[in-house]
Write a protein that binds this ligand. Sequence first.
Ligand code: MN
Length: 230
Amino acid sequence: MKLVFDAPETRTLTIEGRDARFPVNRIFCVGRNYAAHAREMGKDPDRDLPFFFMKPPQAIVDAAAPVSIAYPPETSNYHHEIELVVAIGSGGHNIAEAAALDHVFGYGVGLDMTRRDLQLQAREQGRPWEFGKAFSSSAPISSLRPAQSVAHPEQGAISLQVNGETRQESDVNMLIWSVAESIAYLSRFETLEPGDLIMTGTPAGVGPVVTGDVMEGQIDDIGSIKVTVT
Ligand code: MN
């Protein structure tokens, strides 16, 4: 096949213990999936069905080792959101909740970096969130731990420190919509494909970072991430 110019490079993530890499397809993100975070964003966590937004593959930063990301343009309120990332290994439509975890390739630790000022401005105006959420390098993600080598995480501490000070601290058992429920619900609306990622939402404690800040995040049994803002 002839292309008029080179196709965009496929974004990939490191897989723990494997030479082969994980090619990233789409990135689905769950909004307000921890009750305390929904409340800090001014919303009632009890009434909302899960909702999703997306990031482009250009958002991916392989953070298997410590990395730096540039402070993005057109914001003065750049926020961290630590999240459990689910990597889909086999696709499907209308996936049953009971079978959902069979579609998981593995798990990682990710940051849903957010231009909060642009997101909230869009939210107030009833406009899409893209400029707040879907920008380049807005999703640094750790190496993926294959599901066959780790139990599906039903519980485990999730936390984020900025310059050594804890900002976010919760447990993945506090997810309003579990990994299996999120996969089942999302697959009603969109046929999932291998390579898709699901960022499962962030616990309370989101806040700003500035140039020079170092973010360190961990999820028990899944991994860790270290990202410096330059
Ligand atoms: Mn998020």
